[in-house]
Each structure stands twice: as C-alpha cells, then as structure tokens.
Design a protein around this ligand. Sequence first.
Ligand code: AMP
Length: 380
Amino acid sequence: MSFSSFGLSPALLKTLADQNYTQPYPIQKEAIPAILKKKDILGIAPTGSGKTASYVLPVLMNLQGSSFAKNRHAQVLVLVPTRELAVQVRDVFIQFGSELPERVRISAVFGGVSINPQMIGLQGVQVLIATPGRLLELVESNAVHLSEIDTLVLDEADKMLNLGFQDEMKRIFALLPQKRQNLLFSATLSDNLSGINQILLHDPVVIKLEPEPESLDLIEQTGYFVPLEKKGPLLRYLIKKNELKQVLVFTSSTFQADNVADKLCKNGIDAVSIHSKKSQGARTEALREFKTGKLQVLVTTDLLARGIDIEFLPHVINYELPRSPKDYIHRIGRTGRAENPGTAISFVTPEDQHHFRIIQKKMGKWVTMIDSANLDLKTY
Ligand code: AMP
C-alpha cells in the first residue's frame, strides 16, 4: 500500500515524498482512510509509530474545499498536554500544509508565554493546536471561538483525560458543537480513556497497534548496578568513553536535573537541563539546540517522556528510574523511533533493584545488567 492509494492531493503526496515518507506506517494505513470518511477514531499506538501524520494528513485534506468559517472560529482543534508537543504538532501541520493550493491557517497556543501575540495569531485560524488552560483563557477573552469546531483531536488522550486536566476538559467539551468528528490517540488504553470513549466517540474505528514489544526491539537496553554516590562518575564515564554525541538523561526531580547538568558542565560536557520550572523560552531554545545536534546532553524530568519526537535520538539514560513501568517505556521510547535503533541505559542502585525487576517484568523483557564495580571510574 502506498500513500497515493488514499486519494490524498498531489500537494500532500509531494510533501510526503520530499520528507522521505515512502510507505505509510501501520497506524496511517488504518487511520487515514477512516478520517477521510469523517469517522471517529480511537487509536492506541505506541509513541514513535507515526500517529501525528496519521491525523494531520487527512485533516488537512478534509479542510481543502471546506467552506471557510467565520473569523476567529477554528474548524479543527487539537488538544495536547504540553507546550512542546503543541509546537511539534503545529510544525507537522505547517510542514504538510506548505504546498497545499488553498492555504490553511494554523496556530498553536500554550501557556508560559505572553498571550498577546497568540491573540493576534488567531486571526482567521482554521487549525488550532492548544494546551487546555491557555485555550480557555483565549476563549474567555473572545480571541477565539469553538462553536464551529468540526474535528476534535486529543493527542496523548489518556494524559488529557486524567485528573489534572479534568475540569478544563469539561469546560472545553461544553463549548464544542455536538456534531463533530472526534479523533483520540493514546499510547495506552487507560481506564479513564475507556470511560470517555463511550461519551465522546460515535461508532469509532478502533485501531489498536500491538504496543511496545515491536518498537522496543529497536532499543538496546542495558542496566548498570551502581551505588548512589557513583552515579555522577558513571554518567561521565559512559558519555566520554563511548563518545556519546546526543544523550537524553532522565532524572526524577527538577532539582536533580539541574544538579546533573551542572556537574556535567563542570566536567567539560555540554549539558543543559529543562523542566517545568524553566521559562518557556529556555525550554524551547534548549530543545531546539538538542534536536539540531548542537547540544550534547539534555537533562530532564518526565516532562519530556511523552510525545516528544527527537529525530534519530540515539541514547537515553535513566539517571534515576521512573516510578512506573509505563513511564519507563515512555522514556526509553524517545529513542528507537521511526525504525531507527537506539540505546537505553538505566542506573540501578541497590535500593532500585527490586523496582527494576518489576519494570522488566511488566515490559516483558529482561535487560542486560553490568556491574559498575568492574569499571574504572576513578578519573571521571
Ligand atoms: P510520531 O509517532 O507521530 O511522533 O512520529 C514519529 C516519527 O516518525 C516522526 O519523526 C515522523 O516524521 C516519522 N514518520 C511518521 N510516519 C512516517 C512514514 N510513513 N515514513 C517515514 N517516517 C515517518
């Protein structure tokens, strides 16, 4: 099956070819035809499986030739949990929309930055990508209206529907017209997702890709037994000895992320931390530098574990283990994406050993373990 069999416009096919999308991924094979037919979708697919393009392409196609709604009345609303994901999804829309004969107005809004430019940017908006809080602020100030929404997309739906967003999501749903297309995508099928699925979706096409094992096969996983006080030297040893060029390091707190990045810098390794306490400007800048390969090490918290796509990211290191096995899979899923191999290394202190066994059991895979006591870390 090729992209041309979906009946996508020549402009979209050209951009696909320019981007080296030769074959549709499994989720795209199922989602694109169904979305073009205006069906509701429940897509359960692991991160990195190509879900963004699976809705961006048909949504853009459906907008072609559609009668233009009133000013400041978006037709497509994509809700995402983080600012980074909003920017990333917007960029995919812009990329695929670039060659279309009818220009599509795309805008992303999210908190943490000044609201005024976003208000101005909503002139004539058709596709609006938003985090819930900022969207409500903009609706309240009449900068945008949701009464003409024809398609609603929930990206990372399980996250969008969990407790933290519940009130905001309820308020947003109440502003949407009853008749609309609903597209829900999530890496996991959680309880809250099953519940909302019944309220939100009408006779949906359910696409359930076999999750993690296939994509995890691309990731070479290693664990290092290491005492707490040797974690810093071990990190520096691994980066320097193996000449790692692009490494995403996960810690469990903002404090620790700053601390690890500081120590790396003091030891001559180019590192920056990003997390929820950093300004949006600093986060965007660091992520951009990291994505383009200018920054060697990005240290972060679980803020980045979901949804963010870093092309060809080769290495993920869990400096501290995440609490849940699900988060472990999200974290290491930042590598091994789009059919490229990657390595994931986890630091396991004596206290972590039991927890790491649980993670492996839940994942259904056993990780090769190395004892750091056998490494010469003295000079690192
Ligand atoms: P996503 O799961 O949407 O974050 O996509 C993961 C990565 O796969 C992104 O870097 C996309 O550009 C890439 N991708 C998605 N679909 C295809 C495809 N059919 N061919 C090649 N690359 C793709």
